[in-house]
Design a binder for this molecule. Structure first.
Ligand code: GTP
Ligand code: MG
Length: 138
């Protein structure tokens, strides 16, 4: 079993889609073992997305992530990282498979409804960024 960090992004919380997105995770066999709704500051968004700081969309990405509340969560299950990315679909919703979160809900490549960790090392880092061990209830 494995854990991954998921974020339901501002475009989705704005449209009241948290429950529908969580149903997709649970239907795929992912268990939500920690979850909280928070509003990121620009500084926190910038730190979380530091790996992208040289990319042209970095400023826009951070402003978007700090624009409204997000739901940060830890998903657990067999191959949780890959499974979550499969349920999310491609970064650009135009390329996402039918039935995926991004195909159904994302507005654009930037406002794409969800984030998911991309590897075990980043998952561990990203979980620790938002949660203490005491908040993870398997
Ligand atoms: P994450 O799970 O959010 O990390 O998505 P990803 O791994 O599918 O994409 P990537 O790590 O390449 O990019 C991180 C995030 O930056 C994406 O989810 C988008 O929100 C945003 N992003 C990526 N490409 C673009 C772009 O061309 N324009 C804008 N505005 N945002 C982008
Ligand atoms: Mg990524």
């Amino acid at each position: 079993t494995e854990r991954t960090l998921s974020i339901i992004k501002p475009d989705a919380t704005n449209r009241n889609l948290t429950g529908k997105i969580n149903a997709k995770f649970e239907d795929a066999g992912l268990r939500i073992v920690a979850q909280k709704r928070i509003k990121l500051s620009m500084e926190q968004a910038g730190k979380f997305y530091e790996v992208h700081k040289e990319r042209p969309f970095y400023g826009e990405l951070c402003e978007f992530m700090a624009s409204a509340p997000v739901v940060v969560q830890v998903l657990e299950g067999d191959n949780a990282i890959a499974k979550n990315r499969e349920v999310m679909g491609a970064t650009n919703p135009a390329n996402a498979e039918p039935g995926t979160i991004r195909k159904e809900f994302a507005l654009s490549v930037g406002e794409n409804s969800v984030h998911g960790s991309d590897a075990p090392e980043t998952a561990a880092q990203e979980i620790a960024f938002f949660f203490s061990g005491l908040e993870l209830v398997g």
